[in-house]
Design a binder for this molecule. Structure first.
Ligand code: SF4
Ligand code: SF4
Length: 125
């Protein structure tokens, strides 16, 4: 098994080969219109050894961790945990990153989903 795939499965606790690409996760995802690759494609890329492409996508940062995909998945795949694993891998590669709330433009604070800001602060403050 590809090392990156192994790491994603280890951090997320999910078996990515349980996914049979039905697309129900993407069909219910509230952020899908903003994403550059679909949530089910994140898993597919990992399955075929192209996790790097998923790691470099906007999608993993736009996921709001709402767990809709997990609830809809007929195979019990918790895609929100997979997205979180991918974010963790990037953050670990980059080393310590801190977010200074004072430096976030006021407009962004007003417009970004609260969940996005909270998730960021949990990781980077
Ligand atoms: S809903 Fe589950 S099985 Fe279907 S594509 Fe998404 S992760 Fe895979
Ligand atoms: S947890 Fe992320 S990928 Fe899943 S439905 Fe919510 S926003 Fe979409």
């Amino acid at each position: 098994m590809n090392e990156l795939l192994k790491k994603i499965e280890e951090i997320s606790g999910q078996n990515l080969f349980s996914c049979y690409q039905c697309g129900k996760c993407s069909a219910g995802c509230p952020m899908v219109n903003e994403m550059d690759i679909l949530p089910n494609q994140v898993i597919r890329l990992a399955q075929i050894g192209l996790s790097e492409k998923a790691l470099n996508s906007k999608t993993i940062w736009l996921c709001a961790s709402c767990y809709t995909c997990e609830v809809r998945c007929p195979r019990g795949v918790d895609l929100a945990k997979v997205m979180e694993a991918l974010r963790q891998i990037i953050l670990r590669q980059r080393g310590k990153i801190f977010t200074d709330i004072e430096k976030i433009p006021k407009k962004e604070i007003e417009e970004l989903p609260q969940m996005c800001l909270i998730s960021n602060f949990r990781k980077t403050t």
